[in-house]
Design a protein around this ligand. Structure first.
Ligand code: GLU
Length: 259
């Protein structure tokens, strides 16, 4: 396990505003926090969504399109918009970024997987921040990872990261404790049936819609001993989140999965 390697996954909801435009102040804040982590001698890989949603706005869609070709076209436009903004935000901190687009294929074919590993390792050696997304323009339903929670966990396992920070639009994982009553858990050591049931419950306020794939991601992380933490991508201080997850700070931020 490379304990000083941190994978940060950021979802579309943390990167865009209410009408699907890129949330530039938040992108700048994330770049600033990652620069701080790097000054603390951490290596960072960013797994970023947001290609389809930001491309959709640019192509004039009022909401995310449904047809696969439309999504792919939106991703082609959105991915370059996204990288352009990341490049500018990181350049302020004299950090170079590199784009890595993967599909299920690369992560399951041993030769391709090795190439992905070597490319990412070499970028890290050069102190570059690799920015990973699924290669949406070629990923059809059959070969899709489908969601960036699983993609980020696969990258964390591939690179044997010490920590996966999963940034989303809620403060952590909420467990159902009674009718209409959800309570945030600080630490999860085991994914119990109660936790699985809470994840599949739809609750807009606590955003549990995306929690099922986050539990899958936490499970994948087990194989490389990677700790995962879920935190709020619009407001959490990433440096504090990483210290909490690594047990170097007693403050309670998000939900830590130590499985
Ligand atoms: N790869 C998709 C995008 O960049 C997002 C997948 C996800 O949000 O999990 O739009």
């Amino acid at each position: 396990m490379t304990s000083n390697l941190i994978v940060i996954k950021i979802g579309s909801s943390s990167l865009t505003d209410k009408i699907g435009r890129l949330d530039l102040p938040n992108i700048k804040r994330i770049a600033r926090d990652i620069a701080k982590l790097k000054s603390l001698h951490k290596h960072v890989i960013l797994v970023s969504s947001g290609a389809i949603v930001s491309g959709s706005g640019k192509l004039g869609y009022k909401e995310k399109p449904r047809a696969i070709q439309e999504k792919q076209a939106a991703a082609a436009v959105g991915q370059s918009l996204l990288m352009h903004e990341y490049q500018k935000a990181f350049a302020k901190h004299k950090i170079t970024v590199g784009q890595i687009l993967l599909t299920h294929d690369e992560l399951h074919d041993s030769a391709k997987k090795k190439n992905a590993y070597l490319t990412i390792s070499t970028l890290l050696k050069h102190s570059v921040v690799p920015i990973v997304n699924e290669n949406d323009t070629v990923a059809t339903d059959e070969i899709k990872v489908g969601d960036n929670d699983n993609l980020a966990a696969m990258v964390a396992v591939l690179m044997k990261a010490g920590l996966l920070i999963n940034l989303t639009d809620v403060d952590g994982f909420y467990e159902k404790v009674g009718p209409g009553e959800m309570v945030k858990l600080d630490v999860i050591n085991e994914i119990t049936d109660k936790i699985k049931a809470s994840a599949s419950m739809s609750d807009k306020k606590h955003g549990t819609g995306g929690m099922k794939t986050k539990l899958e991601a936490a499970n994948l992380c087990k194989s490389s001993g990677t700790v995962m933490i879920i935190a709020n991508g619009k407001k959490a201080d990433i440096v504090k989140v990483s210290a909490t997850a690594l047990g170097n700070d007693s403050s309670v931020v998000g939900t830590v999965f130590r499985l």
